[in-house]
Design a protein around this ligand. Sequence first.
Ligand code: SAM
Ligand code: SF4
Length: 444
Amino acid sequence: MSSTTKTAPIPLSRKPREAVEPGAKTACIRTFGCQMNVHDSDRIRRMIQDAGYAEVQRYEDADLVILNTCYVRENAVDRVRGHLGELNRLRREGRVKRVALTGCIGAAEESAALRQTYDIDLVLGTHNTYELAEFVGLPTMRETYTPELPGTEGGHSAFVTIMTGCNYQCSYCIVPTVRGRMICRPMESVIGEVENLVAGGTGYVTLLGQTVDAWRHEGKRFCDLLEAVSESAPRVWFTTSHPSNMEDRTLRAIGERDSIVKRLHLPVQSGSDRMLKVMHRGYKAERYRRKIEVFREAAPDGTLSTDIIVGHPGETEEDHEQTLRLVEDCAFDSAYIFKFSPRQGTEAASLPGTVPDSIVQRRFLEVLRQVEQNAFSRNQRKIGNEEEIYIRHGSTEDGKAIGETWSGHAVHVHTDAAPGDYVRARIESAGPHVLYAGEVDTSA
Ligand code: SAM
Ligand code: SF4
C-alpha cells in the first residue's frame, strides 16, 4: 500500500565507501518513482558505464550525480528538493563535481525554478535522455525515442519498454505533459529485445508502459504482442494497464498461458461513476467490475492490484462510499492509494471543491483498511499450498529471500538461492502484504 504522506530520509552516508580504482571517474544514479523511471535509469547506467564511469552508491564518492526523477505527486518533488539541497552542500565541500537532473521533473517547467535554487549542470526530460551521452563524454547519439536507447541485458529479470507516453488526459495527471503522446514500439523490435535478453540469461521479462494494453502496431494489438512474448520468455508480466483498453482476450491469456504471471495491475482510481467522469477515465465502475469478473474466472488464484486516488476535487462522501463498495466487491490483493496532489498544468489543479486534509486522511485510512482486510483474508487461503517461487531478491543477513509465486504473491522464504532461481516451499503463514514460506523442498 502506498500513501503520499511520508518523506523518505536521504540515503547518504550509511553505506561503506566502495573500492574504486584510483583515478577512476565515478557516478551515482538515484531513481525516484515508477518502473518506467527504474528502466530509464538502466539506460542511463549503460551510458555512464560506456563512458568509463564506475558506479557508486554514495553521493560523497561520486564525481557525477544523476537524479532521475518523478513528478506525479508533490511529495516526489519535495524528496528531490531534499536531495538537491544535500548535493549543494557536498559540492561546496568539493566532494561532488557535477549534478544532472533527468526524468519527469526535467520535462516539467518546475525544473527551471529548481535550477535557480540549486547547482544543477544539466537538465534533461524523458524525451532527450540520449543527450546525457555527450555530457558524459560519449559521441552524440542520434535523436531516437527512448525505447531504442540501450538498456541492461543479462540480468535475471529485465524491463522491456513497449510504448512511451500516454494519449489519455486524466484530469489529475501530469504524465501526458512530461512524457508526451503514445509511441508504440514495433513488434519485431520488442521480440528481438526479448530474445536477446533470454539468450543472455534473463528469465523474467516485464513489459512496460503507461498504458501497455493500449499498445498497437500495424494491425496487431497488445494481446498479440503478449502472446508472442510469452512464447519467447520463460516468465512474463506487464504493467500498467488501463481499464478502457483491457480486452477479455488478454485477461484469458493470463489464465491460459503458463509463462504469464497471474497478476493484474488495473488502476481504477475511483468507484464512483461521477468521479470517473470528472477524471476523464472513459469507463464506468460496472465495466471495471465486469473486467475483474473475467480475470477472476480466468485466473482464480491470481492477484489483482489497483491504484486509487482519494480526495480528488469534488469527491463527496457518497463518491467515497462507492469506492469502498468497489474495493469490497473486487477484493483487491493490494492497492496503491494516493491522496490527491494538485499538479500545476493539469485540469484538476484548478477545479473547485478542494477536499479538506482531515477528510482526505480519513478516507485514505478507510480505503486502506478495506483493502488490507480483503488482502489478509485472501492471503490466508494460500496457507498450506506448496508453491513454486521465483527468487527476486537473494537472502539478506536474516537468511530470508524475497520471491514471487506464479499467482503473483510476494513471499518471504528462507533460502540462499540466487535471484532468478526457482525453489519449492509450503506457505506457512500470511499477512496482508506478504506470504511466509517454510523449509525449501530440496527433493525436487
Ligand atoms: N497510467 C497509469 C493509469 O492510467 O492508471 C498510471 C500512471 S501514474 C504514474 C500512477 C498513479 O499515480 C495513477 O494511477 C494515479 O493513481 C496516481 N496519480 C497520478 N497523478 C496523481 C495526482 N495528481 N495525485 C495523486 N495521485 C496521482
Ligand atoms: Fe496519467 Fe491517465 Fe495517462 Fe495513466 S492513463 S498516465 S493516469 S493520463
